[in-house]
Ligand binder design. Structure first.
Ligand SMILES: [Zn+2]
Length: 221
């Protein structure tokens, strides 16, 4: 058996003319797990780890990857995209734009939690919504930092516990405050897709995260 050949299934150009890519590790694209890096531009670990994995010779797995969902934010070294929108508050949830709870700043474009002018107003959000609708992933793992926790939304308790054992961070069923427009609310709670928000340690050198994160990728499918 040889190494699977990577396939770029879909791309989009951002406002700053960066490319977002959806990559499959095999011929299979539908009904398999999806892994997403760099939801937030100032959390670059996911892109490094996914690219290391895709360049490794062990990907006899059937997985979808978006190595970097927010390349504009990464270029600008900030959480939001180039319209100052927090992508993780821009999804078309029933409570999009509602301001309740401690982090109720999603209608304030001066904050890092601005939800945008409308649900799914952003290119990056539309790209991901289209992928979820077309490829119907069985679960979604998003790579964030720095909280060292395995957060989950929707029917993802079991997979969260499996990941927790590998990386030795605790699981957490809810982040503790309402997150209107978050991906976890939209995909996990409203569409019943298991969603894991893996908050990686940002203090440790990213290379040390390679073994546990590869082990997690291998255990998703
Ligand atoms: Zn984040």
């Amino acid at each position: 058996m040889g190494i699977n050949k990577l396939k770029i299934l879909k791309t989009a150009k951002t406002k700053l003319n960066n490319e977002i890519q959806l990559i499959a590790t095999s011929e299979i694209a539908k009904n398999i797990p999806l892994v997403i890096g760099v939801f937030h531009g100032d959390e670059p670990q996911g892109k490094f780890l996914i690219e290391e994995y895709l360049n490794s010779e062990l990907n006899q797995t059937h997985l979808l990857f978006i190595p970097c969902l927010n390349p504009d934010g990464m270029e600008l070294k900030k959480r939001t995209n180039s319209n100052n929108v927090d992508l993780n508050r821009n999804f078309p949830t029933k409570n999009w734009g509602e301001n309740k709870g401690d982090n109720a700043t999603c209608d304030d474009c001066e904050t890092d939690y601005y939800g945008g002018t409308a649900p799914a107003s952003e290119i990056e959000t539309k790209f991901l919504v289209n992928i979820i609708e077309k490829y119907k992933p069985t679960m979604v793992l998003t790579l964030h930092s720095p909280y060292k926790v395995v957060n989950y939304d929707g029917p993802a308790k079991e997979i969260a516990e499996k990941i927790s054992k590998i990386i030795k961070y605790p699981t957490e069923g809810s982040i503790g405050y309402p997150t209107p427009g978050s991906f976890g609310t939209w995909a996990g709670i409203e569409h019943n897709i298991p969603v894991i928000t893996l908050e990686l340690d940002e203090k440790t050198p990213v290379e040390t995260l390679v073994p546990p994160v590869f082990e997690i990728f291998k255990n998703l499918s």
